[in-house]
Design a binder for this molecule. Structure first.
Ligand SMILES: [Zn+2]
Length: 262
């Protein structure tokens, strides 16, 4: 076994060389490089702060950040240059290595677990969202993450996940200039045509795929397609997310994918 080369100053180590191998020259940076972090994925925890800490710090899943609701505070559990395990089996625009290429933010919120009255999806407190927006902006700027790669767990795994859910204010992120958003006038202009003639399921599947979802083009309104439509609706039309094809959903998809190749 080679002796470890432990010297206090890295510069001294580089200058002196370490062991018997050739000296490594670090002064020529290649132009073609960027951050390993290309995606930012948002989640809700389904758990309170204490349980979330326990699960994310000691369990088989993890995230880079956890954002508490009251009082608002942020824990960093995994350094951004390290991989956290928050995405699971997932895909976006054909990319399936999302744990390796993302930063994950877990937001403390009960989500789709019912309370005693059976209510789902509690609101996110404004102060918590303010903290999430600041954190997202900071991460995005440091890594140069594109707006269309700031996603929810339900975007990358719509058959398994609904988080961050219909109460997460994606529109606020759009208003903050962080993510693309369908132009309301363009959606209103496209809608009457779709009301007159709603496209078939194959069209919706094609557009959902062009938008980024991993979806099988079965041509039928199967459970997977309904879940994927519901995930899309939760984000862009949270007033109704029944997973049914309709004219407004078609108009939103049409406008959002106008520049994407199917
Ligand atoms: Zn999640």
């Amino acid at each position: 076994m080679k002796p470890l080369c432990l010297v206090p100053a890295l510069a001294a180590l580089l200058a002196a060389g370490c062991g018997r191998g050739p000296r490594i020259d670090y002064v020529i940076p290649a132009k073609s490089q960027d951050s390993r972090v290309q995606f930012l994925i948002l989640h809700f925890t389904n758990e309170d702060w204490e349980s979330s800490i326990r699960i994310l710090a000691d369990g088989r899943v993890s995230s880079h950040y956890l954002v508490r609701e009251r009082p608002v505070e942020i824990a960093r559990l995994v350094a951004e240059d390290r991989r956290a395990y928050h995405a699971g089996v997932s895909s976006w625009k054909g990319d399936t290595s999302l744990n390796a290429a993302s930063v994950g933010i877990e937001i403390v919120n009960r989500g789709d677990l019912p309370d005693k009255e059976g209510n789902l999806y509690p609101d996110y407190p404004k102060e918590q969202i303010d903290a999430v927006v600041s954190l997202v902006r900071d991460i995005v700027q440091r890594h140069g993450i594109r707006g269309d790669r700031i996603l929810g767990h339900s975007d990358i795994a719509p058959l398994r996940k609904v988080d961050p859910g219909p109460r997460f204010p994606w529109k606020r992120l759009a208003e903050e200039g962080l993510i693309p958003w369908p132009d309301a006038a363009a959606v209103a202009a496209a809608r009457p045509g779709f009301e007159a003639a709603l496209p078939d399921v194959a069209w919706f599947q094609m557009k959902l795929e062009a938008h980024g979802f991993g979806i099988a083009r079965s041509g039928t309104l199967d459970a997977a397609t309904r879940r994927t439509l519901a995930a899309f609706q939760m984000k862009y039309r949270p007033a109704r997310y029944d997973g049914q094809p309709d004219a407004e959903t078609a108009a939103l998809l049409q406008v959002l994918t106008a520049k994407n190749k199917p």
